[in-house]
Design a protein around this ligand. Structure first.
Ligand code: NAP
Length: 251
């Protein structure tokens, strides 16, 4: 199938682009004509995806290694991205981690690590980029939440709180930025086959499968389809929404 070029002349920034869902999102935007800032914690992973994109289209991507939980470092990387690309049309806050434990036993360190990466990281990256979008009077911000942020999950109080927090962040930002023609939405994936879920036991995987009406887990491409839709011109009248891409788990 010939890909549409919905994002020609646009710059997309994707955090957590080194692996899994973020990588699929970056490749999808690149396939549809965007130039990419590929952000990951590990330099090697960021470089690999940027190299892959540049192999398809020369000078289409640059790699940036940063820990999104480091607010000061994120501001610096954001400024470098704006320097390198001279604009920012799309920001996808996708970087995320899990550190599961029952609340009774969860360390404060694990609580903070998940909150600071998943929730505060999205806030920090938005602060680094949003001024450029307001000056352009256009932009798209898409936050990758999770169905766990809507439903909760035993053993994931930190993760669920961070993903529910992203929904509050999304709706408040959508209200703040609407007058500047910037839309802000969240995508809430269900169970996606990536490194994040690879370590789960077969027993847990089977229990999850049984709860998915469509009867299969998601691929990273299922998620990138929703993200590119929300970033496209066709979604220009959609803001402050949470789009579940979960095979029907939440309805
Ligand atoms: P993954 O395969 O574990 O990849 C996570 C990505 O985030 C990696 O590229 C990683 O960087 C990056 N990252 C993690 N911590 C970071 C930090 N502090 N600073 C910068 N980058 C960081 O995860 P995934 O399954 O693709 O998940 C992507 C997003 O979707 C997450 O927000 C996750 O919560 C959400 N989600 C996933 C599922 C699922 O079933 N998989 C379901 C719902 C929501 P490195 O590669 O450099 O380590």
């Amino acid at each position: 199938m010939e890909s549409e070029m919905r994002f020609e002349n646009q710059v997309a920034i994707v955090t957590g682009a080194g692996r899994g869902i973020g990588r699929a999102i970056a490749l999808r935007f690149a396939n549809e004509g965007a130039r990419l800032a590929c952000v990951s914690r590990t330099e090697e992973n960021a470089n690999t995806v940027a190299d892959q994109i540049n192999g398809m289209r020369s000078d289409a991507a640059k790699a940036y290694a940063v820990d999104v939980a480091d607010h000061a470092a994120v501001q610096k990387v954001g400024a470098r991205i704006l320097d390198d690309f001279a604009r920012a049309d799309i920001l996808v806050n996708n970087a995320g981690v899990t550190r599961d434990a029952l609340a009774m036993r969860m360390s404060l360190e694990d609580w903070d690590a998940v909150m600071n990466t998943n929730l505060r990281g999205a806030f920090s990256f938005t602060q680094a980029i949003v001024r450029a979008m307001t000056k352009q009077r256009s932009g798209r911000i898409i936050n990758i939440s999770s169905v766990i942020g809507l439903m909760g999950n035993a053993g994931q109080t930190n993760y669920a709180a961070s993903k529910a927090g992203l929904i509050g962040l999304t709706k408040s930002l959508a209200r703040e930025l609407a007058s500047r023609n910037i839309t802000v939405n969240a995508v809430a994936p269900g169970f996606v086959t990536t490194d994040m879920t690879a370590g789960l036991s077969d027993e847990i995987k089977n229990t999850i499968h049984a709860k998915i009406p469509l009867g299969r887990t998601a691929t990273p491409e299922d998620i990138s389809s929703a993200v590119t839709f929300l970033a496209s011109a066709e979604a220009g009248y959609i803001t402050g929404q949470v789009l579940c891409v979960d095979g029907g788990i939440v309805m």
